[in-house]
Design a protein around this ligand. Structure first.
Ligand SMILES: [Zn+2]
Length: 141
């Protein structure tokens, strides 16, 4: 099973939503986007390995969590203790809320576009490099 397939299966089971947002697990400042395109990119769902690949974690439904790209990046910046606590919550959620649907939901919920004049300029090249480094192991493609 590859990440892309496992992600599709997770979406069918749990809906097209980031687990961190769904379970309200992130309490830092609101994220501001410089464009709708950037926001859409950051809201894209990615496959997260609950048990990391380097420790033998496989790309399966059981070992997966759906995280938006921005929350996935945030997740891997957290200290081990926080990551471990979050992974436990993903597992608990998956164990108690399995929803079977005939047709997966077709809409994806997004937050409204926010404008912040105090924002740090968005550096596309920097962001791209940082994302690649952080998630090379974990993201699909
Ligand atoms: Zn991950």
């Amino acid at each position: 099973m590859n990440n892309r397939y496992a992600k599709k299966q997770l979406i069918q089971l749990y809906g097209p939503e980031c687990f961190i947002e769904k379970l309200h697990l992130r309490h830092d400042k609101k994220i501001h986007y410089t464009s709708v395109a950037q926001m859409q990119k950051m809201k894209q769902l990615t496959y997260h390995h609950i048990l990391e690949r380097q420790y033998g974690g496989k790309s399966t439904i059981k070992n997966g969590a759906l995280l938006s790209r921005e929350n996935h990046i945030w997740f891997h910046r957290q200290p081990e203790s926080v990551r471990s606590a979050l992974n436990k919550k993903f597992k608990k959620y998956k164990a108690c809320k399995v929803v079977f649907v005939d047709t997966p939901p077709t809409h994806i919920r997004t937050k409204p576009f926010e404008l912040n004049l105090n924002k740090v300029p968005y550096n596309r090249a920097h962001m791209k490099k940082e994302t690649k480094q952080l998630l090379d192991e974990d993201l699909e493609r």
